[in-house]
Design a protein. Structure first.
Length: 94
């Protein structure tokens, strides 16, 4: 699933693209830490609080995490997460 494009603009911000670049680096760092501990596995579960577009949770699912729970207060963001999960065929795991 690497390099699939998903909708990421669920927040009204002018710094959207800068946030995406930073988040990409943060996600890489996060999963570099998690892999050696064997947390990312089929039986694992990911909790994505303040999920935004769900990119961290979706990344966890694409890297082999069993399930992910997404939480965000914005109806726009929760709909974006649903759409992204559907686009990627991950609805049952997210």
């Amino acid at each position: 699933m690497r390099w699939r494009e998903i909708e990421a603009n669920c927040r009204e911000t002018n710094e959207h693209y800068r946030e995406l670049l930073v988040m990409s680096r943060v996600r890489e760092a996060l999963f570099s830490i998690l892999y050696p501990s064997n947390c990312v596995r089929d039986s694992g579960q990911h909790l994505d609080l303040f999920a935004g577009a769900g990119t961290v949770g979706i990344e966890a699912l694409s890297r082999g995490m069993g399930k992910a729970t997404f939480v965000d207060f914005s109806p726009t963001c929760t709909q974006t997460i649903r759409d992204n999960l559907e686009t990627l065929g991950l609805t049952e795991r997210g």
